[in-house]
Design a protein around this ligand. Structure first.
Ligand SMILES: [Zn+2]
Length: 51
């Protein structure tokens, strides 16, 4: 499972993510992954509409 490097939460299968390839000159670091969506913002919460 991949962990989002931005929000620290796991990236679920089927969720879009971006792969960040670090500078290869600065040492061997593994690629990091971040959510494609703006995961630093709270996800939209769908509240039941009360009329
Ligand atoms: Zn994230």
């Amino acid at each position: 499972m991949k962990i989002c490097d931005r929000c620290g939460k796991p990236i679920m299968r089927g969720e879009g993510y971006d792969t960040i390839v670090p500078d290869s000159m600065s040492g061997a670091r593994p690629n990091t992954y971040v959510h494609q969506w703006d995961c630093m913002r709270p996800r939209a919460v769908f509240l039941p509409r009360v009329r």
